[in-house]
Design a protein around this ligand. Structure first.
Ligand code: PLP
Length: 405
């Protein structure tokens, strides 16, 4: 089993045992290293065939990969019999150049979940807690179970307003945290934490605490990026993914961006693995697409703003999201509304125990959101009392922390 010493260095987890556990977890079996797809799936009713109904429950991007990424994948398929080792580095060098970083600041993985987990594995331990926001993305918690690190959840500040990370409370939560996790914009609220607050956190954290800044959704908003901390040599690991704006969730590509010594520690858990050349080539094509970020950001923002203003006109409070998801307060148990919507084959996202009367809604296509509005209005005008989502699969329910908390 994995352990860390007080410095946060890994001591007892062999690559083999880690992958054995990780493989079990991905089947929702022995160890719960769960991520958004697992949690979204667990919240899905059993009858929810992904091809039936509307799924705005997993913060996916219905646009999929851009045209040049699709073409790049098709073009590289005939070379699929080769490892093409250099392509991984071409990708990370391209990203580094675009962002004014050095190549050894960037390591690519099959999505950002891996480096997210690895950062927690590398820097937390029973004496070095993990501090996260609540409601927030839970994936780091599952990795903390491996290290035996205490997990301290800090409520978001101003929940009915900005719903931002309470950085002062996060700093005060533990005297020597291994990792403080900031998701910006936050999943599930879609809200951003002001740069000044993130700067305060980075400047005031204990010297060897790693600030893990998850920028999975950063392309969807105008908030300043956190890569400057890396350039300044701070104890910061920034995560990026191609799963959201770039529409490559199923193709799998992401980055850890950090000082080279931090990149090496995070990478020591699995960063040596060759990546699928399809993902790498699609990633390169996406990065080279000149207006992709701006144009997709606008498409998603327009649909989000339309949905949020409709919600407001109907009298519902939503978090002021700048991302592709938001939380709506349904003023009754969220699970009832979720279950009633599911009966209409409208599958919306999860519920966080800290906000039991709220549901996470992913921003889908214009047509999907038009249908969502109809179904939501219909459900909210009915009595949903007593409706329950289906029980969790037995294997999930068997693990106390695999409940959706
Ligand atoms: N970080 C956050 C905040 C997420 O919501 C997700 C997925 O939904 C991820 C990371 C993981 O994304 P992936 O592994 O697909 O890059």
């Amino acid at each position: 089993m994995y352990s860390t010493d007080d410095s946060g260095a890994s001591t007892g987890l062999s690559r083999r045992s880690f992958f054995r556990y990780a493989a079990g977890a991905s089947a929702l079996a022995s160890i719960p290293m769960l991520t958004e797809p697992h949690l979204a799936l667990a919240a899905r009713p059993k009858f929810a065939d992904p091809n039936i109904g509307i799924h705005i429950d997993a913060n996916e991007n219905p646009m999929g990969p851009c045209d040049s990424a699709r073409k790049a994948i098709i073009d590289i398929v005939p070379r699929g019999g080769r490892y093409l080792f250099n392509t991984d580095m071409e990708l990370t060098d391209l990203f580094a150049k675009q962002e004014g970083l050095q190549g050894d600041n960037v390591l690519a993985f099959a999505g950002s979940t891996e480096p997210l987990h690895y950062t927690v594995l590398a820097f937390t331990s029973p004496s070095r807690p993990l501090v996260i926001a609540d409601p927030g993305y839970e994936a780091p918690m599952w990795a903390a179970k491996f290290t035996g690190a205490p997990v301290i959840k800090v409520p978001l500040a101003d929940p009915k307003g900005e719903a931002k990370h309470d950085v002062k409370a996060m700093l005060a939560a533990a005297s020597n945290p291994g990792v403080i996790y900031v998701c910006n914009p936050n999943n599930p609220t879609g809200t951003c934490t002001p740069t000044a607050d993130i700067e305060y956190l980075v400047s005031n954290a204990p010297k060897d605490t790693v600030i893990l800044i998850d920028e999975a959704y950063i392309h969807l908003c105008d908030a300043p990026r956190s890569l400057n901390f890396v350039k300044e040599g701070k104890n910061v690991v920034v995560l990026r993914t191609f799963s959201k704006l770039y529409g490559m969730a199923g193709i799998r590509l992401g980055f850890a961006v950090a000082r080279p010594d931090l990149v090496d520690k995070v990478g020591s858990f699995g960063g040596q693995n060759a990546l699928p050349i399809t993902a790498v080539t699609a990633g390169k094509a996406s990065l080279l697409e000149p207006n992709l970020v701006e144009s997709r950001k606008k498409i998603i923002a327009d649909i989000r703003m339309d949905t949020l203003s409709w919600m407001k006109s109907e009298g519902y409070h939503c978090t002021p999201s700048e991302s592709n998801c938001f939380m709506v307060d349904v003023r009754r148990p969220g699970e009832e509304v979720q279950a009633a919507l599911a009966k209409k084959l409208m599958f919306v996202g999860r519920i966080w125990p800290a906000w039991p009367n709220s549901l996470r809604i992913t921003v889908g296509t214009k047509e999907e959101m038009a249908q969502f509005k109809k179904d939501f209005a219909a459900v909210m005008s009915t009595n949903t009392a007593g409706l329950k989502p289906p029980a969790l699969p037995a294997r999930l329910a068997a693990h106390p922390h695999t409940h959706l908390s």
